[in-house]
Design a binder for this molecule. Structure first.
Ligand code: FE2
Ligand code: FE2
Length: 157
């Protein structure tokens, strides 16, 4: 894999939505993925990766999966709380993305295939994340605020 094919999202260029807690979560996630990306590149460049380099990637992936699960759940709660009309479309995208991420993590744990992790971290995930935030998250936040949700608060459920 060459450097030119890597997509690295930045906190200041990711689309911003109308609700703070969502933006904060997105920034946290981008920072996590950046750290993971560095581990992945180091691993790819290493002639013989050590056990601790492998473990660092495993831990980073597991942490990311947990963060993503909480991220999606919080948005699902927001949608339920504000009666977002196309809840199932947005939550369905979450479900599909989370299943894919869980499969990627499991495959890594079983086979330590760094190139498929790199493909996910530098291509599949950033493309998905950017377009998801720019569509589903964007309209969910706008709808919630238009219907009285305070942009600086967090969902209650
Ligand atoms: Fe989101
Ligand atoms: Fe979302």
């Amino acid at each position: 894999m060459t450097t030119s094919t890597r997509i690295i999202l930045n906190a200041d260029t990711i689309p911003r939505v109308d609700i703070d807690f969502m933006n904060n979560t997105h920034v946290e996630e981008i920072e996590m993925v950046k750290k993971l990306g560095k581990l992945v590149v180091a691993y790819q460049e290493s002639a013989m990766p050590t056990k601790s380099e492998t473990n660092a990637i495993t831990q980073s992936l597991e942490k990311w999966l947990q963060h993503t699960e909480a991220h999606f759940e919080r948005e699902n709660v927001l949608m339920r709380e504000t009666n977002f009309p196309v809840y199932l479309v947005h939550s369905g995208e979450h479900e599909t993305a989370l299943e894919q991420m869980a499969r990627v993590v499991k495959a890594w744990q079983n086979g330590n295939d760094i190139d498929s992790i790199a493909e996910y971290v530098f291509n599949l995930w950033p493309a998905w994340f950017n377009s998801h935030v720019d569509s589903m998250d964007m309209i969910t936040a706008r709808f919630a605020v238009m219907n009285g949700f305070d942009s600086q608060s967090t969902p209650q459920e």
